[in-house]
Design a protein around this ligand. Structure first.
Ligand code: UTP
Length: 134
């Protein structure tokens, strides 16, 4: 089975990086026989920087780039933890490896969108949304 996980940035880092969660994720995924694409969100870092950018009159396109940079930082940590390279674009994200970790890919959307887009392309069996945001 193929799963896409939208791993909310607020789950990875709600102020403090959740090291235990990342350790548990590694153990679970290594035991699993399924394929996973994990799309990492930007969470609090993205929100803090975007809020500051808005106060500084940064154009919305650049705010999206700032948000995507936060998703890249989280994806670097998650991919390094899982011992895989970070998929940096949509082509790399849909290669059907056992475990793929990626970040925000398209300006103007969120990582939940990216996760669903990837799921459509790879014909995933399910999308799992891990978030603590309403
Ligand atoms: P997130 O996907 O992290 O926002 O993207 P979120 O929905 O608040 O997710 P949680 O909190 O991690 O669950 C953060 C921001 O990054 C930009 C957008 O501005 C988004 O609001 N972004 C993200 C993009 O422009 N494109 C993307 O593909 C992903």
């Amino acid at each position: 089975m193929k799963y896409v996980i939208s791993l909310g940035g607020s789950i990875i880092n709600a102020g403090i990086i959740d090291v235990k969660l990342l350790k548990d994720l590694k153990i679970i995924l290594e035991k699993s026989k399924h394929e996973y694409v994990i799309v990492c969100g930007g969470g609090k870092i993205a929100r803090d920087y975007i809020t500051a950018g808005k106060e500084l009159n940064v154009p919305s396109v650049r705010l999206d780039e700032i948000g995507m940079a936060a998703t890249c930082l989280n994806a670097e940590l998650v991919s390094a933890t899982l011992g895989v390279r970070r998929a940096k674009n949509i082509d790399e994200a849909v290669k059907n490896d056992k475990i793929t970790v990626t970040n925000g890919l398209f300006p103007g959307v969120t990582t939940d969108f990216d996760a669903v887009a990837i799921a459509g392309i790879i014909q995933a069996d399910a999308v799992i949304n891990l978030s603590n945001v309403e």
